[in-house]
Structures are given as C-alpha cells and as structure tokens.
Design a protein. Structure first.
Length: 147
C-alpha cells in the first residue's frame, strides 16, 4: 500500500471512528498531496514522503512558536497532529547514528574544519535524507567540524 492509499484508508477509518484529530490531520495530508498532483507532473512515493516531511517540519516550527508564546492549547493540538504525521514517516535515525554517518563523510572527504561545512552538509543531507531532520544534522556537522 502506497502512502496515498494509506492516507485515504486512514481518513475512512477516522470518519468511522469519529476521531476528529486523525480526520483533520489526514485531510491536511491529503490536501498537500492534491496540491502536489495539481502541478500536472507525475508524483511518486518520494514526493509524497517529502510533502509529509514538510508538514511535520511546519508543525514542529509551530509548536516551538506556540511554546514560546505560552499557547499550551495550540501546542497540544499541533503535537497531536505531529504524532499522527510522524507515524507516516520512516523511523528517524538516532543522534548516535547521525554522528556515525557524518564522521564517515568527514573521514572519506578529508574536510575537517568549519570552513568545509558547506562541502560536508550536502553529503550529510543526502545520506540522511528522509530519516533525519536537517536541523539536527546541521548541529551535528557543526559540532564535529568545530572540534
């Protein structure tokens, strides 16, 4: 079952169970998918996954903002949606796994100073694409190159 089919199935289940949070969340995901399809280009599983990752990032950003503003009601709402959306994503790498990948990239390329961050980051992002948040990868690269 591909991602689009899974989302459609989850919408049906949420309607049957009258789960408003899941229904709202999966409808948002489907809306993002429909927007992708409206471009006229053929959309594959990878584009759908990137769309879900983008939604998850937007929710994380919103949660950060709402937390700073003390809007716990909105933090709760966005967190519930984020939990549902992350269930659609592949398992994320742990920090230790990301560190191992970045160390291998640094050793294989020979780049080892902060000046080389612009050269290490593209390789690190490609190696962790879809399984690690870019912000975390960036922090780890900075930490390892700053030593």
């Amino acid at each position: 079952m591909n991602l689009l089919e899974k989302v459609n199935s989850e919408i049906t289940l949420a309607m049957k169970s009258r789960d408003e949070v899941k229904l709202r969340t999966y409808r948002n995901v489907k809306a993002a998918f429909l927007l992708l399809n409206s471009s006229g280009n053929e959309v594959g599983e990878e584009e759908y996954m990137k769309s879900v990752q983008k939604l998850a990032k937007q929710l994380r950003d919103s949660i950060d903002i709402f937390t700073k503003e003390g809007r716990n009601d909105l933090v709760k709402k966005e967190s519930e949606e984020l939990d549902i959306i992350t269930s659609l994503l592949p398992k994320q790498l742990s920090n230790d796994e990301i560190i191992k990948i970045v160390k291998e990239i640094i050793e294989s390329t020979g780049f080892n100073t902060m000046k080389d961050m612009g050269k290490v980051m593209p390789a690190a992002m490609k190696a962790t694409s879809g399984v690690a948040e870019g912000k975390i990868v960036s922090e780890i690269v900075k930490q390892l190159l700053g030593q």
